[in-house]
Every structure is written in structure tokens, then in C-alpha cells.
Design a binder for this molecule. Structure first.
Ligand code: TXA
Ligand code: MG
Length: 316
């Protein structure tokens, strides 16, 4: 199959209506989208990604008002978050209506829903009369794509079309949130920060830990991983060693004068910029002739938490 890259929303919509799967841009990462109400389109998503069926998919809708079509109810605190942050990098876990296939939710009673903030994909969604199920458009377990070319590099030949919306502006996946026992629970740290969420609804519980069997969101311990071994170190430990050209350093801000192979996520020290660059830089380092990647642990605040989470899951 030839994979076409383009900006033609009509073409993407026609393919999706025909039950095909298509790469789509979002503000977080690129998704591999299919009709969420069509079992055979959903099966294609799992097959193309080589993803196990027990790992459920997020559905994408055009605007917050459309969420109610697909779920039984929205608890008030999550409604508050929806009003404050959608469209944006926030996914809500809600009790599904029966029309959502069990294949989408891996048989679970709740469905993950989000309203992506990318204009091309919002326009695409507004032309469709079904939601789009879309996991990140990478082979299962590998680094998520943040540019159309990343999707083509890995899934080219397996899908007919990638809608090119340029580089993703956020760069890490959405924050997944549920409401359990009267508390807002963060199930995956992501592009919407805990600080932003708490500013609206007060203190939340973070349960975004690793499990080997994700009854809770995609929290497989080994995930988002490059092919080369990756180690995480505090900055002091990095500065205290001599690095050969066999090790690639992924740094936050400052360069290491003695090291030959290194990339800084944000020379100005901005966590937003670091998140935007994270996956593309990991890919670039992974492609080099090196033995290992050593990544610096970022400050554990704001988007630094989501970045550190991805680096920890990528680490051996
Ligand atoms: O930013 C994002 O969320 C991107 C873009 C493409 O929208 N999507 C994304 O999808 O990251 P994915 O499939 O790579 O990760 C979604 C995670 C999965 O690991 C899954 O375990 C969890 O969300 N999830 C989805 N539905 C769930 C459900 N019903 N119950 C529990 N966890 C769920
Ligand atoms: Mg993913």
C-alpha cells in the first residue's frame, strides 16, 4: 500500500468513512485514527500498531458538547475540567454508552474521551458523524510520533494516508483523568499539568504508576522506548563522568563541555519547549551509531513530570 502524506481533509474523511485507518495530527502526538463505531476499523488499528487487545483506545470528538453522545454521564468535577481545558491535552475516563464497541475499551465499562486541540483534526472530526478511536501512531511500545514523517517512517506502507498538521505543539500525550470515590484521579501524567488541573478543581490524587497489566490506563512499565538502552541520571551524576562518543546525552538545558554526542531539550530552560522536543530528539539519538542513551532527569514540576514519566518508562 502506498502511504500518501497531505493536508486534504476530504481525502482523510473519505478514507475514514470507508473503514480505513489514517494518521492524524493532534496537539500532543500523532494518532492512528479509525471509526470508533466500526469493529473492523478498530481491528485494523490494533493490527497496524501490533498492539495487544487488552490495551484500550481513546476516542476523539470535535467539541466538548459531543462527549455526552457517547457516555452515560459526566461527573461535575470532570465537567468543570472539560469546560476549562477542552479542546486540549486532557482525556476523561467516563462510563460508556453501549454504542461504543467493547473492542475500543478492551471490555472495560469506561471509555476514554478527548477533544484534540489541533485545527485540522477538529475540522476533520466536525465532518464525520462518528468519533475517531486513535492511539498514538507508533508501533506498540516505541516512541510516539510528533511529526507526520515519524508516522510514515514507521507505519508507511501499512496505512493509506497521513494528514500532515506539522510538528505537534505539546509533544507529550494527553493527561488521563478519572473520578473515583469523590476524587479526581490522574491516571497518566501528560500535556495538561497537575498544577493547571489543581488550580481549577483543587487537590487531586496521582495514580499514574506502572503496572504490567493495565486495568488502568496504558501504564505498562516499559513504554515510549527507543531501541537503544536508555539510562536516567541526575545532572550531577552526568557532570561527574567522562563520556565517549558511544553514549548520547539527552540533556535539559546546559551542554556538557566534555561530551561529544549530546542534545539539549531546551537551551533556555523551558519545560514546554523540552516537552515539544522530547520524542523527536529521542528518535534522533536512537538513530545514531551509539551504544546507549543517557538522559538527564528534569525538574519534577509542570511538564517536567510528564517528561520524567516518559523517560522512566523508556529506561531499561
Ligand atoms: O494524547 C493522546 O492521548 C494521544 C493522541 C493521539 O490523542 N493518544 C494516546 O493514545 O496517547 P494511546 O492509545 O497511545 O494511549 C492511551 C492510553 C492507553 O495506554 C490506554 O491504556 C488508556 O489510555 N486507556 C484508554 N481507554 C481506557 C479505558 N477505557 N480504561 C482505562 N485506560 C484506558
Ligand atoms: Mg501510545
Amino acid at each position: 500500500m502506498e502511504t500518501i502524506i497531505g493536508q486534504d481533509i476530504q481525502q482523510a474523511a473519505a478514507l475514514l468513512r470507508a473503514g480505513e485507518v489514517v494518521g492524524i495530527p493532534t496537539e500532543t502526538v500523532y494518532g492512528l485514527a479509525g471509526n470508533a463505531l466500526n469493529d473492523s476499523a478498530i481491528a485494523k488499528i490494533f493490527a497496524v500498531k501490533n498492539r495487544p487487545y487488552f490495551d484500550p483506545l481513546i476516542i476523539h470528538v470535535a467539541h466538548a458538547g459531543a462527549i455526552g453522545h457517547w457516555v452515560q454521564q459526566i461527573p461535575q468535577p470532570l465537567e468543570q475540567l472539560a469546560q476549562a481545558f477542552l479542546p486540549g491535552p486532557l482525556t476523561l475516563l467516563l462510563p460508556k454508552k453501549q454504542v461504543i464497541p467493547d473492542l475500543v475499551t478492551a471490555g472495560l465499562p469506561r471509555v476514554a474521551v478527548r477533544v484534540p486541540g489541533h485545527p485540522l483534526t477538529r475540522e476533520l472530526l466536525s465532518r464525520l458523524d462518528f468519533p475517531l478511536a486513535a492511539p498514538s501512531a507508533n508501533p506498540f511500545g516505541y516512541i510516539s510520533p510528533t511529526q507526520a514523517m515519524h508516522v510514515v517512517e514507521q507505519l508507511g506502507g501499512k496505512i493509506p494516508f497521513v494528514l500532515d498538521g506539522g510538528p505537534c505543539q505539546v509533544g507529550v500525550e494527553s493527561t488521563i483523568v478519572s473520578y473515583e470515590e469523590e476524587q479526581i484521579v490522574i491516571l497518566r501524567k501528560g500535556g495538561l499539568t497537575i498544577e493547571q488541573i489543581e488550580a481549577v478543581v483543587g487537590p487531586v490524587v496521582v495514580k499514574a504508576h506502572s503496572t504490567s497489566h493495565p486495568a488502568a490506563p496504558g501504564m505498562l512499565k516499559s513504554h515510549y522506548a527507543p531501541r537503544k538502552p536508555l539510562r536516567l541520571l541526575e545532572r550531577e551524576a552526568i557532570d561527574g563522568q567522562l563520556w565517549t562518543a558511544r553514549t548520547a546525552l539527552l540533556l535539559f538545558q546546559k551542554a556538557v563541555p566534555s561530551a561529544t554526542v549530546q542534545m539539549a531539550l531546551s537551551p533556555g530552560g523551558h519545560l514546554e519547549e523540552a516537552a515539544r522536543h522530547l520524542f523527536a530528539y529521542l528518535r534522533a539519538l536512537d538513530a545514531l551509531d551509539i551504544d546507549e542513551i543517557v538522559a538527564e532527569i528534569l525538574p519534577e514540576r509542570g511538564l517536567g513530570r510528564a517528561i520524567n514519566d516518559r523517560l522512566r518508562r523508556a529506561a531499561v
